[in-house]
Design a protein around this ligand. Structure first.
Ligand code: AMP
Length: 171
């Protein structure tokens, strides 16, 4: 199935020079959504994660159904001030600005925790790399990354630790 055809491109959003990949048009297509989750699940099954970490907010949309399919738990990584209990946090650089990510301190329990990090898209890799650091600082085992979309020219994968990286669409 050609899910690339279901992704809309919006020029100059959220600021001039960014060609935004809008996945809402993929999400509203029932067959496209099912195909996306099923294909991610097939490609990630061998990684056998205990938990999927999804980054706010589009990482939640793909990460939670993927966790359900793989029989894993889901752990949200959120923007500052959103999680109610004690958090670990990390600052990072993204394609358009600086930001911080937080995860609940008690969400990651080594050693029995194989973690797969999931987001809609990898651009510079800053978000995924920061999330990987949160996982590694916890002592849990990072088993891989999964992204629906990879922007290859930005070479985000070069910034990531050496674990398998699953992607469905490359630009
Ligand atoms: P990065 O940290 O540079 O890899 O950026 C990844 C995060 O920013 C992901 O959560 C994406 O949702 C978002 N993002 C970055 N660039 C784009 C883009 N061109 N279109 C849509 N989302 C983007």
């Amino acid at each position: 199935m050609d899910i690339q055809a279901l992704i809309r491109e919006i020029p100059d959003f959220p600021k001039p020079g960014i060609l935004f990949k809008d996945i809402t048009t993929l999400l509203r297509d029932a067959d496209g959504l099912r195909y996306t989750i099923d294909t991610l699940a097939e490609k990630c099954a061998d990684l056998a994660p205990d938990f999927i970490i999804g980054m706010e907010s589009r990482g939640f949309i793909f990460g939670a159904p993927l966790a359900y399919k793989l029989g894993a738990g889901f752990i949200p990584v959120r923007k500052p001030g959103k999680l109610p209990a004690a958090v670990h946090s990390i600052e990072y650089e993204l394609e358009y600005g600086m930001d911080r990510l937080e995860v609940h301190q008690d969400a990651l329990h080594p050693p029995a925790c194989r973690i797969l990090i999931v987001d809609d898209l990898i651009a510079t890799g800053g978000t995924a790399n920061a999330t990987a650091k949160l996982v590694q600082q916890s002592g849990c085992q990072l088993v891989g990354f999964a992204f629906v979309i990879e922007l290859k020219d930005l070479k985000g994968r070069d910034r990531l630790p050496e674990v398998p990286i699953v992607t469905l669409i490359e630009y």
